[in-house]
Design a protein around this ligand. Structure first.
Ligand code: FAD
Length: 401
């Protein structure tokens, strides 16, 4: 097993580190002050700089200007970009667009590629993914109430979704809806492309999350689909294949989420150590001299390193043995890294004391927003059940002495 990347990739990772440090972290003050209107033109300039560096949309095939990275390489890139909340967005590899691009590459018709995929990869439009419903359990996605009924050449969609992240300002949504109610549970739903200006696509509100409704890319919407009519040509992939496609979307996506979280851990760790070094605790004594702070530093270093190696290991397995072979590893990293992230952020915030609760550092933002890491992309508990089941299968006939 070898996580070593090429010299070229090491240079690129160095360039990204420098770009995040010099160009993006200085913008966080405006970002935290909710000055998104002011920030968008500035971010567009930064995106142009990324294009000039030939690092735009790195996850995609070369024909789209991407870099066709291995999963280990892209994981390291996400770690570097994760240090700043603006990182992925500025490099054109942010969720949910990155996942949508992936499935559009695989399943879109020529017409869909022209209309949706190309402008999305170029960063001219944004998109969202609309699966979770208000009234039904997201953890059991076969229980969908949203329907798409055929009427003439169209589908007519009705349903109540929420947590459709980044819907505000998106050009289109990929919607999961039941098209085949009589089929087996996993074959009932399909993915359908719905332009957000279609009558009946009603964005009810950006949901306040931890006290903040956000806007534009940084928001999560509640959406009512009310007799929302789109041509049947907007079906993405075969009818009834919604879950199969959704599974494909989640595999590499989990590696990317987890490595972005490791990037956040690294940032919080650096901030915690710097504060412990500089903050006076008593005359002539800094916080770093206190054993409990030293324990937090040591525990965080150990936990981050362990979590990071687990993610790289899972990425390596997918690269070399495929997603199926790495199924257990993918579930393991999901809950291990999400919890590592929360412990590290909590310690960093505590070391900053009252300052940690303010938006004068980035820690409180990460603390608020990343609590969700244990819920989205499969709640921790769902992954734990899945891991335990897989492990116990191996014990069915195993003799243990
Ligand atoms: C910040 C954020 C962004 C999101 N973005 C999107 C998006 O862009 N598009 C989208 O479609 N969805 C999105 N989601 C929704 C997300 O996928 C769901 O919240 C998630 O799948 C959980 O579903 P639920 O909220 O309905 O919780 P439920 O399914 O009601 O589960 C509630 C809790 O019950 C427990 N639980 C559930 N099942 C089990 C089980 N089998 N065993 C043990 N315990 C269990 C878990 O603790 C779980 O947290 C987002 C969510 C958040 C928080």
């Amino acid at each position: 097993m070898d996580f070593q990347v090429s010299e070229k990739m090491q240079i690129i990772l160095g360039m990204i580190d420098e770009f995040v440090e010099k160009e993006l972290i200085p913008l966080e003050k405006d970002f935290l002050a909710d000055n998104m209107d002011k920030l968008l033109p500035e971010l567009a300039k930064k995106q142009d700089m990324v294009r000039q560096m030939e690092l735009w949309a790195p996850l995609h095939p070369k024909e789209f200007g991407g870099m066709e990275l291995t999963l280990v390489e892209s994981a390291l890139m996400f770690e570097a970009l994760g240090r700043c909340p603006l990182g992925l967005y500025t490099f054109g590899c942010q969720a949910p667009d990155a996942g949508n691009i992936e499935i559009l590459h695989k399943y879109a018709t020529d017409g869909q590629r022209e209309k949706y995929l190309h402008p999305l990869v170029e960063g001219k439009i944004r998109s969202c993914f609309s699966m979770t419903e208000v009234e039904m359990p997201g953890s059991n996605p076969v229980m969908l109430e949203t329907t798409a009924e055929k009427d003439g050449d169209d589908y007519v969609i009705n349903g109540h979704k929420w947590y459709t992240s980044s819907a505000d300002g998106s050009a289109f949504a990929i919607v999961m809806a039941v098209t085949n109610p009589g089929a087996q549970p996993h074959k009932q739903a399909s993915m359908i492309i719905v332009p957000t200006d279609t009558p009946g696509f009603n964005l009810v509100r950006n949901i306040p999350v931890m006290g903040h409704a956000g806007s534009g890319y940084f928001s999560h919407a509640e959406i009512l689909y009310q007799n929302c009519r789109v041509p049947q040509d907007n079906l993405l992939g075969p009818e009834g294949h919604g879950f199969v496609i959704a599974q494909e979307r989640l595999g590499p996506g989990r590696i990317h989420h987890c490595m972005r979280w490791i990037g956040i851990c690294n940032r919080a760790f650096d901030l915690m150590c710097a504060r412990a070094r500089d903050r006076i605790a008593a005359p002539g004594k800094k916080l770093a001299s206190r054993q409990i702070i030293q324990a937090w530093i040591a525990e965080s270093a150990a936990e981050i390193q362990a979590a990071r190696l687990m993610v790289l290991h899972a990425a390596w397995r997918i690269d070399n043995e495929g997603s199926k072979a790495a199924r257990k590893d993918i579930s393991l990293i999901k809950f291990v890294v999400a919890n590592t992230l929360q412990r590290v952020l909590d310690r960093a915030l505590q070391v900053y004391g009252g300052l940690g609760m303010t938006d004068d550092t980035i820690i409180a933002f990460f603390f608020r927003h990343e609590r969700a890491a244990r819920i989205y992309d499969g709640a921790d508990e769902v992954h734990k059940v899945s891991v335990a089941r897989q492990i116990m299968k191996g014990y069915e006939n195993k003799v243990v002495r």
